[in-house]
Design a protein around this ligand. Structure first.
Ligand code: FRU
Length: 468
């Protein structure tokens, strides 16, 4: 697309659809969502000392996975966000089929984006370029073009650069697929952002003690946290197990030790990052001493195209921002403390779950202490059943109405649940486990409780916080 034509088509699409989007009963009250069209991965998450920046994969023209641009929000507090000029449009020969995911760094004093230019050919094959763009005076970004082509021995599926600096050296991890259709993470290094040297495969299918772990690994993110190293990864084609890796594609992590002198990563087995129905392509940043994460509350290639919001011209939302920690060899995720600013009208209740009051709205936070089993019903569409050291999340499929299940195992004593118009994020035992899911109730928006055991329940209404 040519830049002027592209911008005018986007403007028209926003003018035509944004009113429908915002008045949709499923549109979030405080989660980030597209003003129109399709949103997927968080990109370029960073902090400039004053503002957090969050870019996102955005198709402003329709609810399909096409025409990927980078939208841009910024915020001083991770709660109130402002729309910024659209950062990237797929309008060059090297990114014509999408400005795909990537990251942002400060380079020579300027916010610099590193993203994948995706190029498809008529025979169905594709290539990918890793590209740079640098901020300009108008709040937009000037493209600097490709700095890295396809490495030898890999298919056209090489994408999603996450870059960082350590001791004056730049590093990049890239998601990749080799010619035997095995998913890998490639590690590169550089003394400046324009010339990258391949170090090798950092992790992947048939590496580091893993067996077949999928045909493509997307959206890698490697970072040090609490004296360990975490590699976040989205393996595609991983084998479904009875209670794990049940989504069409999974989001997982490897925990281990990375040595900057040998550039080797020793790690354990793949662990699912979020056990809910919708969570994918998370990205982190390090800001003010904290490792923060946003995820996409969606999953590609599953039932996404049956979501009812498409009728109103929009689809998908982000998760809430989360803070990460490592405890006893596991990654913990908790909502950032800033989200407590949304809390209003606290209410406290204690007793047998069967007697608990009905809650008549969804933009709400619940905190629960449990002393046994409990079921929470979110209208007629989603239920959380906790018993026998297991959480079972059941949801009616938007495709055919059948009940589907997701699982998290552990002795659950504490629950924190963040609800919005069509989403829940359920945190078990202060972040030991998480389930993120969208849901679209046909009936009234109510939350009810059942069970014979005692619960202690605190609720807060959450105030609206839409980007301006
Ligand atoms: C993950 C992903 C990335 C890609 C982007 C395209 O959801 O497939 O690998 O860069 O989405 O929108």
């Amino acid at each position: 697309m040519n830049k002027n034509e592209g911008l005018s088509a986007i403007l028209q699409s926003v003018m035509r659809n944004s009113a429908n989007t915002i008045k949709d009963k499923y549109y979030p009250h405080w989660h980030l969502a597209p003003v129109t069209g399709l949103l997927n991965d968080p990109n370029g998450f960073c902090f400039d000392g004053e503002y957090y920046h969050l870019f996102y994969q955005w198709n402003p023209l329709s609810c399909e996975h096409k025409h990927k641009c980078w939208g841009h929000w910024r915020s001083k507090d991770l709660i109130t966000w402002q729309h910024q000029p659209i950062a990237l449009l797929p309008n060059e020969f090297y990114d014509k089929d999408g400005c795909y995911s990537g990251s942002a760094v400060f380079y020579q004093g300027k916010l610099t984006l590193c993203y994948t230019g995706n190029v498809k050919f008529e025979d169905g094959s594709r290539t990918a370029w890793q590209c740079l763009a640098v901020e300009n005076q108008q709040g937009g970004f000037d493209k600097l073009g490709p700095v890295l082509g396809l490495p030898e021995g890999y298919s056209g599926h090489v994408r999603d650069p996450k870059i960082w600096q350590y001791n004056d050296v730049w590093y990049m991890v890239l998601g990749a697929q080799n010619l035997d259709k095995q998913g890998k993470v490639l590690l590169y290094r550089a003394s400046h952002l324009y010339q990258w040297q391949l170090v090798g495969e950092l992790a992947g299918s048939y590496l580091g003690g893993l067996a077949d772990a999928g045909y493509m690994w997307e959206c890698p993110d490697l970072f040090e946290l609490d004296e360990r190293f975490i590699l976040l990864i989205c393996p595609q084609g991983i084998k479904r197990e009875q209670q794990r890796f049940l989504n069409s594609h999974s989001s997982a992590y490897l925990i281990g030790d990375f040595d900057y002198s040998t550039l080797q990563f020793q790690h354990g087995d793949l662990i699912e990052l979020d056990a809910g129905f919708e969570f994918y392509a998370p990205q982190t940043t390090f800001a003010n001493g904290r490792r923060l994460l946003f995820g996409w509350m969606g999953v590609p290639d599953g039932e996404e195209m049956y979501q009812p919001t498409i009728a109103n011209g929009w689809i998908h939302q982000m998760t809430c921002p989360r803070e990460l920690h490592v405890k006893e060899g596991k990654l913990y995720q908790q909502p950032v403390k800033e989200l407590q600013q949304l809390r209003q009208n606290p209410a406290y209740w204690q007793g047998i779950a069967d007697d608990a009051p009905t809650i008549n709205e969804f933009s709400i936070e619940l905190e629960l202490q449990l002393f046994g089993s409990l079921t929470i019903h979110f209208s007629d569409t989603l239920s959380l059943i906790i018993e026998n050291e297991q959480a079972l999340l059941k949801r009616r499929s938007a495709k055919n109405g059948e009940w589907q299940s997701r699982f998290w195992s552990g002795d659950i004593k504490h629950l924190q649940i963040l609800c919005d118009s069509s989403s829940v994020e359920i945190f078990f035992n202060h972040g030991m486990g998480v389930m993120s899911s969208r849901f679209f109730p046909l009936e009234k928006q109510i939350i009810t409780f059942s069970g014979k055991d005692v619960i202690k329940l605190t609720t807060w209404q959450l105030t609206d916080a839409l980007p301006s």
